[in-house]
Design a protein around this ligand. Structure first.
Ligand SMILES: Nc1nc2c(ncn2[C@@H]2O[C@H](COP(=O)(O)OP(=O)(O)OP(=O)(O)O)[C@@H](O)[C@H]2O)c(=O)[nH]1
Ligand SMILES: [Mg+2]
Length: 502
């Protein structure tokens, strides 16, 4: 096992798959072995999270908020047409990777951002790698992607290339996806997500490794949303729930967010002078304030003591809704500090939930997600030669038969059901989804908050039900899924009993 010494792996499942690769390497062709080496390298890297969505949905803005630094160009610049990987490194630097493998190291620009213009022929660029010392990147490599649905076929191709899990290209495939959707585009988003999912080929993005945000909810007109009572955030929650229905079961959930506010608050771009300008604006009489907040034009052009350029910058950082929220915070606490105001803005961005979900969904499952992705790559790498394919298949079967690999089986079963590869009645599909993609036992049983005796009895009852469904009521494909679900319930029952006896 020398090949694995001193290396960082996400957990026991990743370690098991890594060991499988090492053991198989001498038994496969040099080309396949080289592929396995790449799989091993990827297994040791942090989880690769792609941020995907339509053009101008706010992907780069969200990336900046996640990293906590304004580093990805937003709005303009050729980088919005390129895939950019943000990863952890000891020295901050930008590397442009060309399609022929050449690399060009560039400094960040004067504002600490990736230069809007790279000074090279973009047609020859494969992707951009940004190395940063930011702590978040120890856990996740964040991949900013060009907008899907753009007419620019080349950037769509670049994104698809990035997502090809067995691509021998320098760009490794994404393992998890954060979709950015907006209210403006509806059925279209569904299409974009389907395209993106198709591009991930054998390794489907699903509720296990994907979730979505409904971005720019500050632009929602609450009076157009029934049940919102004129409140922007209430409207946002209602709309996000509707989107979740639409995107189900590709994503388990859709969280509303205002990325622009999150970016300004998290990256330090919202500054003490900004807070001072807001305190000044808060002193205007209510009528003037209301008038100015009616449109961006009115906000910047209305006669008032705060210079119009300063107002334009506030508008850029917070937009009208954010400015309105900030002014309310100043009303409530006139001496509020810039730091406290920044926290208020962060609160009203909804970003804490997004970060929390990222931790709960991606960090907690990184081991399973990475191991499943690696297994998918191993399988497709060895598909050329029949003898080799059998050896790899047998090794994977041995691995999957181990009790500790059950989580992988469950992820696989879930993917089969969600993708429709195995048809299931809707209520059973929902149950598989819940058992396979919820992190805690009460949630997986659909009995959150219930006493442990009830959970234990229910786990046993469902274990029995799925076993008889596997034997009597199912097609062979359903039967295989049913066995896995039966075992999941059985393992939960064991855990609950062990916990109850302690
Ligand atoms: N009001 C508001 N504006 C936002 C929000 N998020 C992003 N924006 C703005 O939307 C514009 C596009 O944002 P980007 O982050 O560049 O979008 P993108 O999806 O990366 O765009 P492409 O890479 O070109 O596809 C910018 O002007 C952002 O400031 C938001 O939550 N609210
Ligand atoms: Mg962008």
């Amino acid at each position: 096992m020398t090949a694995l010494q001193g290396q960082q792996l996400a957990g026991p499942l990743s370690a098991a798959v890594a060991n499988l690769c090492v053991a198989l390497q001498p038994q496969v062709s040099p080309a396949t072995a080289a592929g396995f080496a790449e799989v091993l390298r990827r297994l040791q890297a942090p989880l690769q999270v792609a941020v995907a969505g339509r053009i101008k949905s706010g992907k780069s803005t969200l990336v900046n908020a996640l990293i906590g630094r304004r580093v990805a160009p937003t709005d303009v610049g050729e980088c919005t047409r390129l895939v950019t990987r943000f990863q952890y490194g000891n020295v901050d630097r930008v590397e442009v990777v060309f399609t022929d493998g050449r690399r060009l190291v560039l400094p960040f620009d004067a504002d600490g951002m990736i230069p809007a213009s790279l000074g090279v022929d973009v047609a020859q660029v494969s992707h951009v790698e940004a190395y940063l010392t930011n702590a978040v990147l120890r856990d996740f490599t964040v991949i900013d992607t060009p907008g899907l649905g753009s007419l620019d076929a080349a950037s769509v191709a670049r994104t698809e290339e990035l997502l090809d899990p067995v691509s021998r290209n320098a760009v490794a495939g994404a393992e998890a996806v954060l979709y950015v959707v907006t209210q403006g585009v509806r059925a279209d988003d569904h299409q974009a997500i389907a395209a993106f999912t198709a591009a991930t080929a054998s390794r489907e993005a699903g509720p296990v490794n994907a979730f979505a945000v409904l971005n720019k909810v500050d632009a929602v007109a609450p009076e157009t949303v029934e049940g919102a009572d004129g409140d922007v955030w209430r409207a946002a929650v209602i709309l996000a729930r509707k989107q979740a229905q639409l995107l189900k079961p590709r994503v388990a959930d859709v969280l509303p967010v205002i990325s622009l506010l999150a970016e300004s608050a998290e990256t330090g771009s919202f500054s003490a002078p900004d807070a001072e300008s807001l305190r000044q604006l808060a002193q205007l009489d209510a009528e003037t304030r209301e008038m100015m907040l009616m449109s961006g034009d009115l906000f910047t052009s209305w006669e008032c003591d705060v210079p119009s350029g300063t107002r334009a910058r506030l508008l850029e950082k917070l937009d009208l809704h954010g400015i309105g929220e900030a002014l309310k915070a100043v009303d409530a606490e006139p001496a509020i500090t810039a730091g406290a105001l920044r926290r208020k803005l962060l609160d009203s961005s909804g970003f804490a939930e997004v970060r929390g979900r990222l931790d709960a969904v991606f960090r907690a499952r990184a081991d399973g997600i990475k191991a499943a992705a690696a297994l998918a790559s191993v399988t497709s790498l060895s598909s050329a030669d029949p003898g080799e394919r059998r050896r790899v298949h047998d090794a994977i079967e041995v691995l999957l038969a181990k009790p500790e690999a059950h989580q992988l089986r469950l992820l696989e079963a879930l993917t089969l059901v969600v993708s429709g590869a195995v048809a299931m009645p809707e209520d059973l599909a929902e149950e598989v989804l819940r058992v396979g993609s919820t992190p805690d036992i009460p949630g997986r049983l659909g009995l959150a908050g219930r006493p442990v005796q009830e959970l234990t009895a229910y786990a046993l009852e469902r274990a029995g039900w799925w076993r008889s469904f596997a034997s009597f009521g199912a097609t062979p494909a359903q039967g295989r899924v049913a066995h896995v679900v039966h075992r999941a319930y059985f393992l939960m029952w064991q855990q609950l009993r062990a916990g109850g006896q302690r």
